[in-house]
Write a protein that binds this ligand. Sequence first.
Ligand code: G6Q
Length: 546
Amino acid sequence: MTTPLVSSLPQWKALSAHAENLRNVHLRDLFADDPDRGERLGVEAAGLHLDYSKNRVTDTTLDLLVELAEAVGLRDAAGRMFSGEKINVTEGRAVLHTALRATAGQVVEVDGVDVVPGVHAVLARLGAFAEKIRSGAWLGHTGQPIRTVVNIGIGGSDLGPAMATLALRPYATDDLDVRFVSNVDGDDIAEKTRGLDPATTLFIVASKTFTTQETMANAATARAWLLDGLKDQAAVARHFVAVSTAAAEVEAFGIDTENMFGFWDWVGGRYSMDSAVGLSLMIAIGPERFEELLAGFRAMDTHFRTAPLRENAPVLLALLGVWYTDFLGAESHAVLPYAQYLDSFADYLQQLDMESNGKSVTVDGQRVDYATGPVVWGTPGTNGQHAYYQLLHQGTRLVPADFIGFAHPGNEVGDHHDLLMANFFAQTEALAFGKTADEVAAEGATGVLVAHKTFEGNRPTTTILGEKLTPFALGALIALYEHKVFTQGIVWGLNSFDQWGVQLGKVLAGRIAPELTSPAAPDLRHDSSTNALIRRYRSLRGRADA
Ligand code: G6Q
């Protein structure tokens, strides 16, 4: 039996009708009619304050959205995830990233086996190894301590630790340089190894499967680079460790399986940064800070599990997203951190959100007749203000945005932080309330300039304000978005945990690679565009089709 599409539910229809009534209501009026709105429409979650008052919603909207979440069984669905049911049905897997931050003694079972002791055993091994690197006790092949750690991985085995290592730089040791190589473009590894001394460099090959083309190509190049410098095959074991589930492949590469850190098939790539995939981060910040990060994740998990839906931060973020995507026609969602250390946060969220909910069929294979995951994008403020904010303020599109900021900076530098935060608060105010033609005229503008200088406002934002970007706060922030994405997936009826959409390109690349390099002209059987492009490339590379 198939589950009816969410769009056929009465709650969805009620929201459609309600959207018609609300389409022309301005945030100015919502605030004028409710002097407490700014105080009232806010929640606290795991140390983060979420102000959602500048969204185009009324109490009725929120009630209807919560009714929708209840109608699709959000609570039960979350319970199924947390308890280890195989909710990733297309891959037959449990979805248990929340078990990665379970406390010792908590029981989470998959197929009747408690997974928590295994999680803690790996964490202990990771911690011991990270300490060896940080203290200089781990010596490279020539007896020198490690100075640079290079994580080789891609997608879920790169974006999380890369984002978090930058985010938590103030907590990292200055004795080590931690870098990330992901792209199969040789320019990436060439730049990341430039100037490094192989004798003091450690590579972490992070790949769940240990078969990913990009990662394997980079790992082979790194090994060749190391051997070129150290001239001894035995050096590989001192300069390479692996984060993987594939012991045989790791061993075949020359890595001692003693130095392999495992994880499990119930950890999806994009949900894996708090597993062994976070080893590079743990080396940078140390095991204690890593535990604080896990505590932040855990605090948000608890909030998500226990807070009433109407006061539940991830649920509210998710439902606001559904509101804009499906009822007000938004196509994208901006995430704008006013924190330079969150420079890679939007990149991370792009994968988390777009790989999870960029789907057109429901769990049981029905084509949806509504919009699902939005395009997620963003860069740190204030740079964006001098670039694309023009469109946010005066363009024709509706772009809901999350503004993320902190009371304390990573570095207290003069009055920079207060200037930054003045912009942070100013932007959401300007977006919501704009500037009317009368106000513009009162300032002396005349003629056509009045229209140009008018800001219609009514542009929705959510403000997420934390005390400081600590490991704990980062964990809470990531889990906030993990559970937001989960909630939206449940509302839209999707499997947020597979990624079949990345397969086709991978298969075709496997077919095309030999066609680019074969000495003889290949028998090309693609479309005429792809055939012509391949021939042109071969010719430019001096591989004429003679
Ligand atoms: C994430 C995806 C994907 C994956 C990479 C790397 O959810 O599954 O981004 O993480 O393709 O895979 P490996 O870790 O197996 O190399």
